[in-house]
Design a protein around this ligand. Sequence first.
Ligand code: NAD
Length: 366
Amino acid sequence: MSKTRPARSQGKKTLTMAFIGAGGIANAHLSALKNFVDVRVIGLSDVAMPPMEEKADEYGIPRENLFTDYKKMLRKLKPDAVNVCTPNGLHAPASIAALKAGAHVIVEKPMALNAKEAKAMIAAAKAAKKKLCIGFQYRFDPKTVFLKRLVDDGVMGDIRFGRVQALRRRGIPNWGVFGRKELQGGGPMIDIGVHVLEMCHYTMGSPRPVAAVGMTDTYLGNKPSKRVASNWAGWDYKTYTVEDLAIGHIRFEDGAVIHVEASFAAHHEHNGTMDFQIMGTKGGAKWGASEVFTDQNGYMMNMTPAYVGNMKGFGTYFNLKLRDFVDHCLYDKPTIIAAEQGLMVQQMLDAIYESADKGGAEVLIK
Ligand SMILES: NC(=O)c1ccc[n+]([C@@H]2O[C@H](COP(=O)([O-])OP(=O)(O)OC[C@H]3O[C@@H](n4cnc5c(N)ncnc54)[C@H](O)[C@@H]3O)[C@@H](O)[C@H]2O)c1
């Protein structure tokens, strides 16, 4: 284990990185980063010491570089980059503090609690002249790369409709603070809906959202978990203030529409569905099955590629998204997880939740 005092790297091609939040997802990031020869993880901050100590020992981070106050960590370590892996409510304050301290930032999804925070983060990045990326890892999935290429090559024509599903049959998280609206901003729509929504929106070419309607409902999470076999029984129903089910309908500047369904507890036929479908003027496709629907030689064709590539386990997503971020910071390569797209996603989420609060009235996105 290195005991040398880390310092911001001076123009050499090594990125020093520190973490704010050292829980479950930070672990996935740390595991990916151990294979990066041009990244040195120099510090961690979290509210509790013991989990950080375990990770520090595993990943060769000096114990003196563990902090329970992230502002102190930023002052002491001056990392080139900060990886924000806290509950959603801290994404904006932690990212802004890191940007002001002169670090590039990658922040987990969703970008923030709301669009107002997301805008403040973008302003802070601009003021500091630092990069700000969002952990939208599903853009790197070979199935997304495949569909995006077909869309960009014009195979689908203009995409008019996207149908997004992020539905768990019984998947209310029984760890962390995923049921607490004040810390997370919402439930399944902002937590898992965001993954598939952003992937569909990105595949459609990132059109500007102009309005949305939504509904939310809570019927299970705020009650003790019943005796139903499921992976995550025993959630904290007493602090559960988010929705179980959220539905949204978003209109875009180019006239396209996305319909999105997200649930931690949906009574539907599958254990879990994370998928989207797009329909365009010349063709359509389903993401999960990599199925493409077009007309060819006078026939309606359903096609699947012989090979699209596959993700070898969850870790690969993190390798790819962190590689994108590191290349963006160190070598100025373009990124596909820019903060501006995170803001558009956040505007859609805000409008769905606001519409639900207003009984389903349409909310304009400005
Ligand atoms: N990309 C993905 O696939 C994916 C998957 C799961 C979670 N996430 C996102 O990652 C984030 C964290 O989720 P998680 O599953 O790791 O949750 P978690 O509860 O396991 O970890 C969050 C950590 O942040 C710490 N924390 C809280 N307040 C802090 C503070 N003031 N300073 C420093 N640390 C603080 C907590 O103690 C905890 O260790 C969430 O925004 C979530 O949406 C992303």
